[in-house]
Design a protein around this ligand. Structure first.
Ligand code: CU
Length: 393
């Protein structure tokens, strides 16, 4: 009997939370799943009871020919007290139980790890206390550039969340909490992921090897955006990768790129994290123009004077400035044939990252002034001609 009940409970949780039936501690399902099941069973009980009585009465007291209609009962004090007091008590239990869970989900100890989270059409980004962000990506659904955010397992974490554009909602089914991410305002999202279980009992714990051969145990928690925020809303996903705190703090203090990382590599990381939802680098169509063979080409705009080849040739920084402007104030020059759909990244890219983006766009173009193939060809031809001329003398 208890086994059957546990089985049904399990099924209900799976139906509502998908793959995420078991999960985090603290603010997690320990308390809220039980409350959820309590409410569910109370609802099932009353649904069956009321519908049963209704069906019974419909059959037994249906109108029969020759039987006169009885007068309706007008008042029954014990019955009325019962159906007022019992639901009130049930509601009070639900309220206090829920309020307790709500407070637990809102409060974190002061030593909680604080990480800044920004939602923006259509990606999530995090800035950790040391100033670094995500540098690894994975594939979920059809989006192949979903960021992986490391979090310390078993430690309380507070996300300081804000949106750069419209309303988003940070939703981690594993943690059972979902909270709006609002522009011009910070909202806190508090959770404690389960400590990593190394015994193999938790089948969602996996391992990877670091470059220096250490084995890292981790468990992933999927993040969704639960607010319809535009056409690629459903791809606004991320992975919270809970790792043991030792690895987390080592990782936290090792930036993915340093001042000596080649700008093109920095640019590629930034593209993956923030731009790849709208810009392809292989010529493919998307919300925004592809970056393949883009840098250095003339442009027509819906709302500004065109950038002609003559202007580009005359001003070697014209394109760099155009990229900078596109990032900070995308609406200033809207490329003809595209919607003004790019959000501003003002204040969101460090100078190193902006330099990286420009370098990356240049590297993707055959008009890349750094590897002017035609120029080299000319030089080589000249050299060969000179040599030939010398040889002939
Ligand atoms: Cu969203």
């Amino acid at each position: 009997m208890t086994a059957t009940l546990a089985g049904i409970n399990d099924l209900v949780i799976k139906l509502f939370f998908g793959q995420h039936a078991d999960s985090a501690v603290g603010s997690g399902p320990g308390g809220t799943d039980n409350l959820f099941l309590f409410i569910w069973w109370v609802s099932v009980f009353f649904f069956v009871l009321l519908m049963g009585i209704m069906a019974y009465c419909m059959v037994v007291y249906r109108r029969k020919p020759g039987v006169p209609t009885e007068r309706s009962a007008s008042h029954n004090t014990p019955l009325e007290i019962a159906w007022s007091v019992i639901p009130s008590l049930l509601l009070a239990v639900m309220f206090f139980w829920g309020f307790d869970g709500y407070l637990k989900a809102q409060m974190a100890p002061s030593y909680a790890e604080q990480i800044e989270l920004t939602g923006q059409k259509w990606n999530w980004s995090m800035v950790y206390s040391t100033g670094i962000g995500a540098s690894e990506f994975t594939t979920l659904g059809s989006n192949s550039n979903v960021p992986i955010f490391y979090i310390p397992a078993g430690k309380p974490v507070r996300l300081k969340m804000s949106s750069a554009d419209v309303l988003h909602a940070f939703w981690v089914p594993d943690f059972r909490t979902k909270l709006d991410v609002v522009p011009n305002r910070y909202t806190p999202y508090v959770f404690t992921a389960n400590p990593i279980d190394r015994t193999g009992a938790d089948e969602r714990v996996a391992t990877f090897q670091t470059k220096d051969g250490t084995t890292v145990y981790y468990r992933d928690h999927t993040v969704y955006c639960a607010e319809y925020c535009g056409d690629q809303h459903s791809e606004m996903m991320a992975v919270l990768r809970a790792v043991e705190p030792e690895f987390y703090y080592t990782w936290l203090n090792t930036p993915p790129y340093s001042s000596i990382t080649p700008p093109v590599e920095v640019g590629q990381l930034v593209w993956k994290a923030k731009c790849s939802v709208c810009h392809t680098t292989d010529g493919g169509a998307s919300t925004g123009p592809t970056w393949l063979n883009s840098y250095g080409y003339p442009r027509e705009f819906a709302n500004a004077d065109p950038m002609t080849q003559a202007k580009i040739d005359a001003d070697p920084l014209l394109w760099d400035n155009y990229i900078r402007e596109s990032v900070i104030n995308p609406g200033a020059k809207v490329r003809a044939g595209f919607q003004n759909a790019m959000p501003s990244f003002d204040g969101q890219l460090s100078p190193v990252e902006l330099r990286g983006i420009i370098a990356y766009l240049r590297s993707l173009s055959d008009k890349n002034p750094n590897s002017k193939i035609e120029g080299f060809e000319d030089l080589e031809k000249e050299a060969a001609e000179l040599e030939a001329a010398e040889g002939a003398e």
